[in-house]
Design a protein around this ligand. Structure first.
Ligand code: GRF
Length: 201
């Protein structure tokens, strides 16, 4: 399937997806990298790798207009799957429903712990010993969708927020390409609100 990766900034997860998808046997094609901000650093990386890019500005326009433009861009590129990767806009229920079972997100915590922002600081404050990242299907509730895959990392006694974030990010870069491949190949899918299929251990 043709995949669009949606970003808002740095785009390191997007870069990991592009890297993985360059392998001849990867079951998806990254056909578009789209940002809701023109200044997203990840756009230059994608363009440099020859991947089509687009900007659909979200700032200063009503949500409906933004999402209509987004949908039009995805349609123009014949996109079949959407991967959110550091995409910092909450999407409306209507948009999410239109992509049900075909839109995934990566979140930097072991959901359902720490949905939302500042996950690493909150994990440190909570004193958890394990932290990590989650790839999930997107549903209208933010960071609430059915989980496809997770990776855990230890929280070490002297960890700073930056150190913990870096440890999690390294796992994100491994997990996201794998989880997207499972969805793209049909190995996992959404059925009656749950993720089904043969998940690797
Ligand atoms: C990642 O930690 C991702 O999980 C979160 O935002 C960060 C984006 O980083 N949603 P990048 O843009 O992929 O480098």
């Amino acid at each position: 399937p043709r995949v669009a990766v949606l970003i808002s900034g740095r785009g390191s997860n997007m870069a990991a997806l592009l890297e993985a998808a360059a392998a001849p046997d990867y079951p998806a094609e990254i056909a578009l990298v789209l940002s809701n901000r023109a200044d997203a650093a990840g756009l230059a990386h994608a363009a440099g790798r020859g991947v089509p890019t687009a900007v659909v500005e979200s700032r200063g326009r009503p949500r409906e207009a933004f999402e209509a433009a987004l949908q039009a861009e995805l349609a123009a590129h014949d996109i079949e799957l959407v991967a959110l990767a550091g995409f910092m806009r909450v999407l409306t229920e209507g948009f999410v429903r239109a992509w049900e079972g075909r839109m995934v997100n990566i979140h930097p915590s072991l959901l359902p712990s720490f949905p939302g922002l500042d996950t690493h600081a909150r994990a440190l404050a909570a004193g958890v010993r394990l932290h990590g990242c989650t790839v999930h299907l997107v549903t209208p509730g933010v960071d609430e969708g059915p989980i496809i895959a997770q990776a855990a990392v230890p929280v070490l006694p002297e960890d700073t927020e930056a150190e913990l974030a870096a440890r999690v990010l390294a796992e994100e870069h491994r997990l996201y390409p794998a989880a997207l491949a499972w969805l793209a190949s049909g190995r996992v899918r959404l059925e009656e609100g749950r993720v089904v299929g043969t998940l690797p251990a």
